[in-house]
Write a protein that binds this ligand. Structure first.
Ligand code: OFO
Length: 168
């Protein structure tokens, strides 16, 4: 049985993962419309991953006799200025999510919920990886500069070890 505070903070995280997925979907769509095929593929894959994170949390809450609350959709921004600004936003968002995962760890410790504390470690590790992969993207983007965006767009998909995600 989940302590009430743990159930509440996990439900909050479900909402945040859902929003992450919607935000990256919106960025993917923006990038697609601007002709950045590689960037949009990367973001579509990222949006899928965030949805899987949300499902992971939903299943865990229900499995532990809690009640997972399925969030409503909050519309993310639709315009991102340019890819530099957009990836800065991705990194800021990932840092925010890492902070909220740390908060969950804190609540688990305060509530003596060592089962959830151990289970949430997967997310702790995942956030380290996600932050570092976005930082690598930003480094590459800065290295190539705004005159080499075609090359950046061509290479970005190889920076994540995943396959293509298709809406078909
Ligand atoms: Fe859910 O992993 Fe990033 O935000």
């Amino acid at each position: 049985m989940l302590p009430k505070r743990v159930e509440e903070i996990l439900n909050l995280q479900i909402k945040k993962e859902d929003y992450s997925s919607q935000l990256y979907l919106s960025m993917a769509s923006w990038a697609e419309n601007k002709g950045f095929e590689g960037v949009s593929s990367w973001l579509y894959l990222q949006a899928e991953e965030e949805r899987i994170h949300m499902l992971r949390l939903i299943k865990y809450v229900n499995e532990r006799d809690g009640i997972a609350v399925i969030p409503g959709i909050k519309t993310p921004p639709v315009d991102f200025e340019d890819v530099f600004v957009m990836f800065d936003k991705v990194l800021a968002h990932e840092k925010y999510i890492s902070g909220s995962i740390n908060e969950i760890v804190g609540v688990c410790i305060a509530e003596n919920d060592y089962t959830t504390q151990s289970w949430i470690q997967w997310f702790v590790t995942e956030q380290i990886e996600e932050e570092s992969s976005v930082k690598a993207i930003i480094d590459k983007l800065n290295l190539l500069g705004k005159n080499n965006l075609y090359m950046f767009d061509r290479d970005i998909i190889s920076m994540r070890g995943g396959g293509e995600v298709s809406a078909e």
